[in-house]
Design a protein around this ligand. Sequence first.
Ligand SMILES: [Fe+2]
Ligand SMILES: [Fe+2]
Length: 194
Amino acid sequence: MPEEKINVVGINVLKQNGANVDEIVKGLMSNASVEFTAYYYFTNLRAHCTGLEGEGIKGVIEDARLEDLSHFESCIQRIYELGGSLPNDAMEFVRMSGCEFLQLPSPTTNLPEILKKCLVAEQGAIVNWNKMCNLTMGKDPATYDIAKDILKEEIEHESWFLELLYGRPSGHMRRKFAGERPHTRKHSRALDVS
Ligand SMILES: [Fe+2]
Ligand SMILES: [Fe+2]
């Protein structure tokens, strides 16, 4: 049955609220591609944090990396609820992110350069999720709930990398355990093992 013939009240009410559902779905898909691709690049960047100093940084990048996976997962159900879908071609999905800048620096184990790449990724994510908050605020409470929770984690990630690079205190850094995702856990329950 074609989508337009199905009465989806969960979408109709958003339009009555004045929400731009097409823009929201487009934004969710592009943000999901950024999170997915950042998760990949953070995996590679983390592997190149070598030496005594690199060992501590590995832990922080691991916390941010696993939360990016949580951010990707947090988008999926909402994309389908709103009538969207992921591209069939994984390459097309990765290309949507524009994350090529997260490739390894030269030399590949240059820690300050790795940290700068992490910082720029977090700052881009803040802009993306803040935009999604503005698109949905007061009009699409379900998407807003996801966007504001991801935004809070991105702000925390930015503060970690600012502290590591410039000594600007973050207030608090490490999670209790990797993958804790204190704000997005409820949106990405598929990642829970227990
Ligand atoms: Fe993220
Ligand atoms: Fe992040």
